[in-house]
Design a protein around this ligand. Structure first.
Ligand SMILES: [Zn+2]
Ligand SMILES: [Zn+2]
Length: 92
């Protein structure tokens, strides 16, 4: 069995299964990626923390990782499988 990297949610510290939908916020300077569950409470933390980091002058790229069973190939929210609980509020 190959060893998979354990992804932990930066909001609740819970484990995120790689084949489950989740959000990644990548620091473009360091390449470090913060991961969050797709559920609304973790998304909220994601937005808050990302705003804080943006205010600190960092640059991020957000990635939406869909469920491995999601038929929708377009990135972002509102996919056919409903991977993400609620659309993330625009952070500004
Ligand atoms: Zn979480
Ligand atoms: Zn999806």
């Amino acid at each position: 069995m190959s060893r998979q990297k354990v992804i932990r949610c930066a909001a609740c510290a819970g484990r995120i299964k790689p084949h489950h939908p989740h959000i990644g916020v990548e620091d473009l300077e360091t390449g470090v990626e913060f991961s969050y569950h797709a559920r609304a409470s973790c998304q909220k933390r994601c937005v808050e923390e990302t705003v804080t980091r943006l205010e600190a002058g960092k640059v991020f790229a957000a990635h939406h990782y869909h469920s491995s069973r999601c038929p929708d190939e377009a990135p972002g929210f509102g996919c056919a499988a409903g991977c993400f609980d609620t659309p993330m509020a625009v952070a500004n």
